[in-house]
Ligand binder design. Sequence first.
Ligand SMILES: Cc1ncc(COP(=O)(O)O)c(C=O)c1O
Length: 414
Amino acid sequence: MSIQKRAKYGAEAFDGLRGSLPQPFPRTMGPNCQTYLQEVVTSGLQCDMVRRFEAAFESEMGIKHCIGTPGCTAALNILAAALSLEPGDEIIVSPITDYGTVMGLLKENYIPVFPDTELGTPLISTQTIAPCITNRTRAILAVHITGLICDMDPIYALAKKYGLTVIEDVCQAVFGTYKGRLAGTLGDVAAFSFDSEKTLGSDVGGCVIADDDELAEQIRFVGQSRGGQMVEGLGRVHAVNGYALRMTQSTAAITLAQLEIIRPAVAHIDRMIRLITDKLAEIPGILPLSIPDYMETYSCWMAGFSIDPNAFTCDAESFAQQVADAGLTGAGLGKYYLMPAALPFLTDKAEKHLFPFSKPPASHTYKYNANTCPNARDFLDNFIRWTTFCEKYQPEHCDLVAQIVATVADQNRV
Ligand SMILES: Cc1ncc(COP(=O)(O)O)c(C=O)c1O
C-alpha cells in the first residue's frame, strides 16, 4: 500500500518547529473556556452552546445571522450549495488563497475564475476583476489574505452593477477593519475560520455570516439540515442533496470563550505587525506588505515580507531557509497558495473539457496554471511568510524579527 505524504493541520503542523520567537501553541485560552465546556457536559448536551456562540458573534459583528460550521472550508462549502447556481456558472475568486476557499465551489461544479492580483500585492481589485466578468459570472469571492483587506467598496459597487453576490473569505483578517467597518460585513456574505492555529483559535470551527434572512435560512436548510423537510404521515424527505456541516457544542463552547478575549488580542496583533512592518521597511532590499490607508485594524494571522530578487545573491527559497535557521520560526515560501497552479485535477478537467467545463454555453476556454496570474505568481515567488505570528509577540520579538532578517540580508547582498 502506498502511503501519501499527507498535509498536517492544527498543532500537529507546528510540532517540531524551532526558533526564538513565540509559537501559537499552546494557545491562549479564554478564562471561561472550562466553564462553557463544563456546561455542555453538565447539561447532558442539552444547552444550546452553538446558538449562544452564534448570537454572540452576530452581536460582535453587528450582523443578523451567524451559522456555526466545522471550519471555513465547510462554511464556504454550504454557502456554495445554498447559492443554488447552475453547474458551469462562474465565480471570480482571489488567486492567492487556501484550497478551503474553492473546495465548495468545485464540489458544486461551479467554475472558479482567477483574476490576477494588483502588482506587488496579494489582493484582487476592480481593475483585475472587471476583465473576468462574463455572462456566466454569478459571484465574486474576495479573500483578505495575510490580513490585508481588499478595497471592498469599489468591488461591491462593480459587483452590484452586474447583479453579482459578494462573498468575503475572512479567515486571515478576523476583526480587521476597513473604513471603520469590520471585515466580513463589507459584502453580502462572509466565511470565517476558527481553526486551532487561526487568530480566533478554537478548534476545527468556522462560520458563515449574512444579513439576508432567506440566504441564511437556505444555508441552514441545505448545509446543516441535509435538506431534510418534515412531511406529515411520512417523516423526513430530502428536498435537496444537503449537508450536515454543523458546529459541535464543544467547539462552540471554546469559540465563545475565545471570542471574549479576541478584541484585545487583535489590537495587540495590529500594534506588533505594524511595528514589524516599520522595522522591515528600514532594511534595504526587504519589502514589507504595504498596509492600505483604508485599514484601521490590521488583524494578521500570517506575517510576511517580500525580497527584491535583484538585491541579493540568493533566491527567496534560500533566504527563507536562512531566516528560519536563524530563528524566524516556520519561515518559508507560500507558493502553494497560488490556486491556479495548485489544483492539478482542475487543470486536467479544463484541458480535457470534462464536466463542468463541458457545460454549454461555457463562456471561454479555461486555463489553470501559474502563468495565468503573473502578478500573483511573481508576488509568491519572492514572498516569505511565517505562520507562527500570534498575539504573544512583544516589541522585543519584533526587534528580533528585524535583526534576523537584516543579518541574513547583509550576508546575501549582491
Ligand atoms: C484564506 C483561507 N481560506 C480558507 C481556509 C480554510 O479554513 P478551515 O481550515 O477552517 O477550513 C483557510 C485556512 O487556512 C484560509 O487561510
